[in-house]
Design a protein around this ligand. Sequence first.
Ligand code: C2E
Ligand code: MG
Ligand code: MG
Length: 548
Amino acid sequence: MNPFKYRGGGLFAVVIVLGPIVWLCIYAAARIVAGGVESDASSMASALPHFGFYSGLFSALVIWAFGTLALFKFPAAGRAKALSPQFDRDPLSALIGRKAFLSQLDDGVAAAESADRQLAVIAIDLDRFKSVNDIWGHAAGDEVLRESVFRIRALVGSDTLVARMSGDEFAVMIDNEVNPRSLKHLAQRIIEELSEPFEVDGAAVSLSASVGVALYPVNSDSGEALFRAADLALTKAKADGAQMHRFFDTAMENHLVRRSTMERDLRLALQRDEFVVFYQPQMDLKSGDICGYEALIRWERPGEGIISPMDFIPVAEETGLIKPLGEWILRKACQDGANWISSGIVAVNFSAEQFRFPGVDEMIRDVLEETGLDPQRLEIEITESLFLNHSSDIMATLRRIKALGVRIAMDDFGTGYSSLSYLTRFPFDKIKIDRSFVGQLSDDPQIGAIISSIVGLGRSLSVDITAEGVETNDQVALLQAAGCSIVQGFLFGAPQRADIAAQAENGPPEKTEAANGENGSDIADQVGGRDDSEVEGDIDDDIEEAVA
Ligand code: C2E
Ligand code: MG
Ligand code: MG
């Protein structure tokens, strides 16, 4: 074992050098004392330097022995300095990244195992950090990140391993004095420090942080799983309201087990062809015609019925399965687009995670070539979350996709941060106003005014505006008054199977997912707990009224 690899070469050098220094000092002191001894005590004057020499040597040996022993006994401490140069540091924070952290964490776990000690991982995420980027710009966001690292370092010490795991998430490995009480205290201190205002452009910006903690060997016995456990505890802290810490516990573990079961089942489902693409029409209110369809995936799980994408897409995203699944959805939607959807656009949702994999644009190009769908009929729906972390690469990829002739829509506008800066930074073809926004239209007159401004903005930027989740005639009237003419929602047709959607191509769709008995209660729930027949009856009446 190389001690330089652990508690730092610095400490090892100190141990080596300290020995002779102490030795010399004791010897020199003895000589000085001997020089001042009265001449009648000459025996003492000659003995003192000898005594100084040997006692100095003894002290040096003791220092070497204990120093070396300490280095070998506590090899995992001070891992930060042990970082091998092959790991790149993030230029902004000067911290190592995820890969290096996980590799060092594996070493830490191995060292803790051999020394029979505990080890902890603390995952930290800044709450509301995205709003800093949106409101103050990226330079301010960078400054907040640098200052956050400084504050974390000040608390955990410069020898402790700290990494930047993603945009605003950090991880810390604690291998010294690991006990729940001190960890609880540290987690609380981190939250307090990061909740202190940050100075940005002379103004005070207040954020907060959430923290997740996991312990080796209690929660996991491998580095990566330990980080995942801390990350899961962090997610729980966020879900519980943020600005708090959570220790990983068994309930979270059960969630992990369920997730890994689902991951396995999703893989099998892909092999067994259990996914189905449903289509929901988009209506042009001016002409009364269907102007496109949004492809929405469902999982027909044997014995369980139809599973909503909200239940399995997050797992597919977490596990990387979204890559093959996303490609499958795109291929299916493009095939259907080329076969039965005679005109109009085919909209396909893309998760931000799909853009983590290189070559998304090439995949889209290949699928278009293979299926023969006119690229101008394909619309990729993305959400703002795509821009939050890695914007320059993303922009380049989006431009390449647009260069294929494919349209790009900003989905769920009105949720999240809805920063107008995204709209000016990238030439979107469409903005889809989120259904939660449309849902408040009848109750809140200000929403109508906001939608009018979005429509105005769309006109000046040459961007189409579509309103999602339209369920009532009242909403249609208000949307029309606000100048929005493309609508999508249960009022015009819930998502339905390709064969049923294909039949409806020649006129307004009459049957919905609810009316077909597919996922009926699910859809009825979404419309506000009304039963299927009510939904069907209302929809039939409302479509006639709205399109007329
Ligand atoms: P989204 O892209 O915003 O899709 C619209 C969602 O609103 C769909 O839910 C649709 O069924 C629902 N919806 C449509 N009209 C109405 C209405 O009038 N009222 C109400 N209450 N809801 C309405 P769905 O199909 O459950 O999908 C949910 C989300 O899952 C989608 O939101 C999208 O983010 C994601 N998703 C669906 N399919 C895919 C996919 O193929 N790939 C990816 N990556 N995500 C998908
Ligand atoms: Mg969508
Ligand atoms: Mg949406």
